[in-house]
Design a binder for this molecule. Sequence first.
Ligand code: GDP
Length: 478
Amino acid sequence: ETITVQELAEKLKKTAAEVIKKLMNLGVLATINQEIDFDTAALIAGEFGVEAELKVAVDKEALIMAEPEDDPAQLVPRPPVVTIMGHVDHGKTSLLDAIRQTNVTAGEAGGITQHIGAYQVEHNGKKITFVDTPGHAAFTAMRARGAQITDIAILVVAADDGVMPQTVEAINHAKAANVPIIVAINKMDKPEANPDKVKQELTQHELVVEDWGGDVIAVPVSAKTRMGLDNLLEMILLVAEVNELKANPNRRARGTVVEAELDKGRGPVATVLVQNGTLNVGDTIVVGHAYGRVRAMIDDKGRRVKKAGPSTPVEILGLSDVPEAGDILVVVEDEKLAREVAEKRQMRKREEILKATAKISLDDLFKHIQEGQIKELPIILKADVQGSIEALAQALEKLSTDEVKVNLIHSGVGAINETDIMLASASNAIVIGFNVRPDANARKIAEAEKIDIHLYRVIYEVIDDVKKAMSGLLDPEY
Ligand code: GDP
């Protein structure tokens, strides 16, 4: 049982330097990534006045969160999990509805669908799971919390409108998450539809479609007439197959919360996407800071089910509290342990609200450099006009060296908004505003997520600061 200096510092809510100093007092010379044994760690914790109980609680949590390695022989293909993203009014909701309806008529006659935050359809005997909270805000909010549930992103672009600011945002979000993109060129029924213009505009964002020699699949569709939907589903299954998505249904379930609420009659209700294993009614679970026993499960067709396997979304009843989207569900054998871990988390959550460390600010960068942890500086850039963005992007990219790379993960015209902050949080990026300010919502979330926003009016000041940050990022030369 060992722990690195960095991890110990985080657990103790101290800086690594403080921990290293204490270690030195004990005659131990350690670097930040060095592993130290339990006894030493406990000693250091004691030095800071923290009882060993903390360590024990951490171990219990690690115990329930540990993901056992799957025996490859147990792995079977699982349905892909798909998120639909794109500009407002380009047809995300219509497309989700159209796909779902097609399936209902094909499946159970007159089946009553129920909105639970995700649903499953069947195409040619194979299942596909759609997360139906459209928009990349949800997608990125989850990723910011460390939960990646999406296997494939469908980028909806209206053929009569083309690539718009939120289309670009969506592209950047999907790329940052390393999720393959399938383009659905929607509203093809409209006389003014111009798919070639869409393809052309996509190339400017490094998405080159297949018929133009690239490797991005683009499918012309109409949510209104349902044209192309079969083809779209076909392509989703194709990409899924190429990516060899697999899971082991024969183990305890692990999943992620897609949606959760307090229902007046039913109490806390959470829609969970099972990602591995099989969830059963009666299982004891921990979900974020909530715990309980699965009292009942309801699928996306409103049916009560007893089991839910990999990639299946189910609504679960029986939790002690309402979890958050992005929380991880695990099954725990021991109910007492489940309660203990959940309660510890509740306590920690309260503490964390007050804590001010995790995310990186420009000022912190130098420290992180010295600790040799960053080789890439992710930046999100917002500005008042496209011209400034281009000028800044060019200048910033020129700053990249062999050792430190400036990575402009997202840029756009307009105020710094909520999704910028969520993306920054997910990617540990710094946010730069040029002649723009964060809106009220963004400011609030930046505070909660501890994201630093840097505002400038002069280009050379931006360059100067980023340069400073980067020189700190370089490996020290001996
Ligand atoms: P969202 O904001 O991306 O979810 O877009 P919606 O699904 O709400 O669609 C925006 C508008 O476009 C609505 O008025 C839809 O009826 C319309 N719309 C969506 N898909 C199509 C389509 O394929 N063809 C046509 N003609 N209209 C569509």
